[in-house]
Each structure stands twice: as structure tokens, then as C-alpha cells.
Design a binder for this molecule. Structure first.
Ligand SMILES: Cc1cc2nc3c(=O)[nH]c(=O)nc-3n(C[C@H](O)[C@H](O)[C@H](O)COP(=O)(O)O)c2cc1C
Length: 360
């Protein structure tokens, strides 16, 4: 089947893409203990930006308190922003477009992975099931979080908007608010991590109040046409339950639609066990551009675009191991499989040593 539909230009709000192959945000845990991106990151991202229509950089914390995993980058100190500036310049020099995914982990965290003096916070004081890797002590239970106060919620919305502004200031083409995968915004949306009885819990209207507050703060600050949002309807990753998933996302996607965003990025569950296909839902409820992600090949992705089901396709794992993925998808060249053992390990191995096609 032709994959030509992947290789036509498009626009996501103010961001013009030369093709519809998007690099999905991928946490690689290569930053230093201060959250400064690795010196190898400019090479890693620019090699991928050279062929992709858009690179979405890895989830990046909006404050020291927003960190949960070891060695993830931040975008809230001068040193971090200087490193991001070099990465953005390298991606632009390669002819690409680049946005930053901005992130608060909420209850998916361990004190050993955060700066001293910071606390785990979440909608409610409910510990997430599962374990968190730490460099010092291996796998540990997640911290028991403290429930956020209403004024702290406003502070977090401010952190997101300040971070978005810093990202635009160093030249990012846009930002993507992380409202997926069981992190803070998704915790507010959920029925198991959010047990609040105030205006931020209970009804769907209340559970989407905090995520919408964050998205609005960001889009008011840097422009809706430079703001994307990622969602993962029905995904159970990080101990998330959305008991009323179809009704919840029908309301949430409609509310996001009203903001005139650059794009909605929809991650399909790994095991598609839900009662409503999230990409189809998004297409029918969101009038702006949709990026679909989760297990697509060049053929299935091109078919979705050709049928009008999405404007662009994000590829995750294959971008880890194929720096020139867009070229390979266009030419039908073989793909290198990624090595999971080096997904999150520090240093250049498994990061900048996957080869490009030779002789092209
Ligand atoms: C190593 C790794 C790191 C990831 N990090 C992030 C992340 O930082 N933010 C995010 O929204 N999703 C993250 N994801 C999910 C990917 O963006 C993507 O949705 C997923 O890999 C499914 O797409 P694929 O089937 O093309 O790999 C990560 C996935 C992997 C494998």
C-alpha cells in the first residue's frame, strides 16, 4: 500500500510541517541530576528532526517538584534552558520543527528521584500501585502523595504557563501539555486517583477543571495555535482508572476543541480493550488537527490519514532505533528494532549510536 499520504505537508495551528511523520515524546533519562538535558541530546534530536515533520521532545518537568523519574529533564532553570536552546537550534538547523512536552508527574514519583525538600502531590492522598525505579535503591513503591490545595493547583497552572513561555523564548515551535499516561492531569481526570469532594473532584465537569485550567493557562500565555495536548483515553498505565471513559472524554475533548488548539495528540491504549476507539472519538469531537499514536506502521498510519481519521501519525519506539525513520518509511527500507535495555540508561549507548541508512 502507498504511504504517500504520510509525506504531504500540513499545518498544526501555527506550526507548518513538511510531512506527517511525528516523533512521539520519549523519556530517555539522559539528563543530569539537576535536570539539564544531556550534551548528546542536540545530536539525538537533530538527527531525528532532519527527516520528521515534527519532533515532540520528551516529557519535561515544569518544576523540581514535578519530577518523578530519575534523570528526566526540566525546563525551569537557566542551565536547563541553555541546553534546550542548543537542542532547538540544532533541530532548526536540520530543517525540522520541534515542540516540548511539559509535564507534572503527580503521584508517579519517589523522593530519591526528586530534589530535596520537594513533596509528592496529587489530587488526593492515594498511592499509585506499581513501583518506581531509583538509581540509588532500585525499584521502590511510589510515594504516598499529599492532596493539593486549591491555591497550589493555581500555582501548578502557573508553573506550566511559565515553562511554556520559557520554551517559546528559546525557540521551540510550540508546547505539548501532557494530559496522558497517568500523570498529574490524567490523575485529576481519573476516578481512582481523584477522590476530591471540592470543585476539582466527583463529576466529570469537576474532574476536568484542573487539566483545563492548565491548558488554558498555557494557551493564553503562548497562543492556542502553539499549544498541543496529549491524551490517552482508556489507558490504564500508571494505575489509572477512568470508570466513565467515553462520557469523560466526550466532554473533555469537546472542551479542548473550544480552545482552538494547534493539535490534539491521541495515544491509543497498548491493548485496545476499551469500548470506544479514542482516535475515532477525537476525530468526531475535535475540529482541529489530530495526531494519532500507538502501534502504527507506515501503512496503517498512511491509511488513517488518507481516510481523514488524523492529520499526522506519531511514532515512538521506532524513532528510538531509527534516527532517519522518516526516510526509511518513505523508501520502504528496513527498520532497526530498539533495545529496551538502553531505553532509560545514562550515556550515549542506545541513544546516539543507532546507525542511519548507509550511502543515502
Ligand atoms: C522509552 C519510552 C519512553 C516514553 N516516554 C514518553 C513520554 O515522555 N511522554 C509521553 O507522552 N509518552 C511517552 N512514551 C509513549 C510514546 O510516546 C508512544 O505513545 C508509545 O511508544 C506508543 O507508540 P509506538 O507504538 O509508536 O511506540 C514513551 C514510550 C517509550 C517506549
Amino acid at each position: 500500500m502507498s504511504t504517500a499520504a504520510l509525506f504531504t505537508p500540513t499545518k498544526l495551528g501555527a506550526i507548518a510541517l513538511r510531512n506527517r511523520v511525528v516523533m512521539a515524546p520519549l523519556t530517555r533519562s539522559r539528563a543530569d541530576t539537576e535536570g539539564v538535558p544531556s550534551r548528546h541530546a542536540a545530536q539525538y534530536y537533530s538527527e531525528r528532526a532532519e527527516g520528521a515533520g515534527l519532533v515532540i521532545c520528551e516529557a519535561t518537568q515544569v518544576s523540581f517538584a514535578a519530577q518523578g523519574y530519575c534523570r528526566t529533564p526540566g525546563a525551569h532553570t537557566g542551565e536547563q534552558m541553555a541546553a534546550w536552546s542548543r537542542i532547538v537550534d540544532a533541530a532548526h538547523d536540520a530543517g525540522g520543527k520541534i515542540v516540548l512536552q511539559i509535564w507534572h508527574v503527580g503521584r508517579i514519583t519517589h523522593a530519591l528521584n526528586r530534589a530535596a525538600g520537594t513533596e509528592a502531590v496529587a489530587p488526593s492522598a492515594v498511592q499509585a500501585a506499581g513501583m518506581m525505579y531509583t538509581d540509588q535503591q532500585g525499584l521502590q513503591p511510589h510515594d504516598v502523595p499529599r492532596a493539593l490545595t486549591v491555591s497550589e493547583i493555581a500555582g501548578i497552572a502557573q508553573d506550566f504557563s511559565d515553562t511554556a513561555q520559557r520554551a517559546i523564548d528559546v525557540g521551540f515551535d510550540g508546547v505539548e501539555v501532557h494530559s496522558a499516561n497517568g500523570y498529574l492531569l490524567n490523575q485529576f481526570l481519573s476516578t481512582n486517583a481523584n477522590l476530591r469532594t471540592d470543585d476539582y473532584g466527583g463529576s466529570i465537569e469537576n474532574r476536568m477543571r484542573m487539566p483545563l485550567q492548565v491548558v488554558k493557562a498555557v494557551s493564553d500565555r503562548v497562543g492556542a495555535d502553539r499549544t498541543g495536548v496529549r491524551i490517552s483515553p482508556g489507558h490504564t498505565f500508571n494505575d489509572i482508572v477512568e470508570a466513565d471513559m467515553p462520557a469523560l472524554y466526550a466532554r473533555y475533548i469537546k472542551a479542548l476543541d473550544g480552545l482552538g488548539l494547534a493539535y490534539l495528540h491521541v495515544m491509543r491504549p497498548f491493548a485496545n480493550a476499551t469500548d470506544a476507539d479514542p482516535v475515532t472519538m477525537a476525530r468526531s469531537l475535535f475540529r482541529g488537527p489530530v495526531i494519532a499514536c500507538g502501534g502504527y506502521s507506515s501503512e496503517t498510519g498512511a491509511a488513517l490519514i488518507a481516510s481523514g481519521g488524523a492529520e499526522a501519525i506519531a511514532f515512538g519506539r521506532m524513532f528510538i532505533s531509527n534516527p532517519d525513520l522518516a526516510l526509511r518509511l518513505r523508501t520502504g527500507a528496513g527498520l532497526t528494532e530498539p533495545n529496551q535495555a538502553t531505553f532509560y540508561t545514562p550515556g550515549p549507548a542506545g541513544y546516539i549510536d543507532y546507525p542511519a541508512l548507509e550511502g543515502v
